[in-house]
Ligand binder design. Structure first.
Ligand SMILES: [Zn+2]
Length: 149
């Protein structure tokens, strides 16, 4: 094993990275892409956020309109593997609430899906590995934990 670049790195991180190498869900990145139940082949969609607002019509009448919001349809989630667990334990509570947890998905406690839902207009079914986050983005997140000295 090379000792290059390991100076000052949390030995625990090195251990979980090794343990998670080749993980079937994240490929060893600790994070994997999950899908919104209403995913239709795009990463971001406009969806009704559950609220309505009054809008003045041209004829002076008032209409009630659904408030649409840009919603992420694919997001990075913390993996069930050792590295995913390690990362999830180290993010702020605020961030943890916003990043889906693959463990919660597996246990049915999350609306997010591990595989893209069958969708009209999407031929052949998408592979979630085709949608994986770029490796450098994931690496950036690991660096964001300031694990190096
Ligand atoms: Zn994993």
């Amino acid at each position: 094993m090379s000792t290059n670049g390991t100076n000052g790195v949390d030995p625990e991180l090195l251990r979980v990275r090794r343990e998670s190498r080749g993980c079937k869900d994240c490929g060893g990145d600790g994070m994997t892409i999950v899908f919104h139940p209403r995913w239709k082949g795009v990463r971001v969609d406009r969806m009704w956020n559950g609220e309505v607002e009054p809008v003045d019509g041209e004829d002076g009448s008032t209409e009630i309109r659904h408030v649409m919001e840009t919603t992420a349809m694919e997001v990075a989630a913390h993996c069930v593997c050792a590295l995913g667990r390690w990362m999830r334990q180290r993010v702020d509570e605020d961030l943890r609430a916003r990043i889906p947890d693959v463990l919660a998905i597996v246990e049915g406690r999350s609306k997010w899906l591990l595989d893209p839902p069958p969708s009209e207009g999407v031929v052949g079914g998408a592979s979630r590995f085709a949608h994986k986050a770029p490796r450098e983005a994931v690496a950036g997140m690991v660096d964001g934990f300031r694990v190096s000295a």
